[in-house]
Design a protein around this ligand. Structure first.
Ligand SMILES: NC(=O)C1=CN([C@@H]2O[C@H](COP(=O)(O)OP(=O)(O)OC[C@H]3O[C@@H](n4cnc5c(N)ncnc54)[C@H](O)[C@@H]3O)[C@@H](O)[C@H]2O)C=CC1
Ligand SMILES: CCCCCC(=O)/C=C/[C@H]1[C@H](O)CC(=O)[C@@H]1CCCCCCC(=O)O
Length: 258
């Protein structure tokens, strides 16, 4: 799938991994709607991206993935501006074991909310053109990150939702591929503040640091390269791509349906 002329929506786009995903999509010719709760970072990113890639190539929309109403308005504005949606990156996420309900609401419910709204525009059965939806899950979605049980639960849920939606789409004829990025630790603001957010597991902060030391820390651009592979390779559907310092691996899962 070539990206020239395609339209993408990225949630949590103002900083960190979402910013890198948005930059690489634009470099490859897509137009990008940047959805984020952070108004000032989102506005300034849009201005700088439009200077680099041409006026109107990036559109910032203030949007909280916890709000169905804000998501609906943002998707509608994207379609009005860019003429449709071909790619959705469900990237917004937090790690906070203290405010665990919010972690579930953003990381798992936010992904489901945005996906179902995107289907209204992308699903070929509704008159859409199809496309691809990629979630930023985590390696925590493949095996337990023992210092962050709720974060682990949300990311495991995202991997399961992605794989089940991929099968449902294939069997139903939605024309949409669903894949998940599963990076280990990535150098962003999120990991800098991590040990303050362990809630009832704050006594395990040192263990979290040890796991991080063992796995190493990758760059946001390595995650963005994984996204490009999952978006452009039309054979990829229902994949969970693990990204570590030592490279990328497609996960193998037991098959329940074939
Ligand atoms: N940093 C890491 O080590 C890893 C991060 N991830 C996942 O990558 C994703 C992005 O994380 P980072 O870039 O590290 O975080 P970050 O904190 O650097 O950026 C997250 C962005 O999401 C936005 N955001 C937060 N809540 C939101 C909401 N309710 N609605 C809309 N936007 C919201 C923030 O304003 C921010 O711009 C998350 O889903 C995270 O779980 C996965 C594996 C590793
Ligand atoms: C084994 C599982 C790897 C999980 C990678 C992952 O998803 C990382 C997530 C970060 C997240 O998005 C926000 C965070 O706070 C997580 C990192 C936690 C790092 C703790 C490091 C503590 C320390 O440096 O001392």
């Amino acid at each position: 799938m070539a990206l020239t002329g395609k339209s993408a929506v990225v949630t949590g786009a103002a900083m960190g991994i979402g910013k890198a995903l948005s930059e690489l999509l634009l470099e490859n010719g897509a137009k990008v709607a940047l959805l984020d709760v952070n108004d000032s970072a989102g506005q300034s990113l849009m201005e700088s991206l439009n200077q680099q890639h041409g006026a109107g190539s990036a559109l910032f929309l203030k949007c909280d993935v916890e709000s169905e109403e804000q998501l609906k308005a943002a998707f509608q504005k994207t379609v009005e501006t860019f003429g449709g949606i071909d790619i959705l990156c469900n990237n917004a996420g937090i790690m906070n074991e203290g405010t665990w309900e919010k972690t579930v609401s953003i990381n798992l419910m936010g992904v489901i909310r945005a996906t179902y709204i995107a289907l209204e525009y992308m699903n070929k059965l509704n008159g859409g053109k199809g496309g691809v939806i990629v979630m930023t899950a985590s390696m925590a979605g493949l095996g337990p990150f023992i210092t962050c049980p709720v974060y682990t639960a949300t990311k495991s849920g995202v991997v399961g939702f992605t794989r089940a939606m991929a099968g449902a789409s294939e069997v139903s004829g939605y024309g949409i591929r669903f894949n998940a990025l599963c990076p280990a630790f990535v150098q962003t603001d999120l990991i800098a503040n991590a040990s303050a957010n362990l809630g009832p597991f704050s006594h395990l902060a040192e263990v979290a640091g040890q796991i991080k030391e063992k796995l190493g820390v990758i760059s946001v651009s390595e995650v963005a390269e994984g996204l490009m592979e999952l978006v452009t390779d039309e054979t990829k559907n229902g994949e969970a791509l693990m990204i570590l310092t030592k490279g990328k691996t497609y996960m193998q899962f037991p098959s329940l349906s074939k």
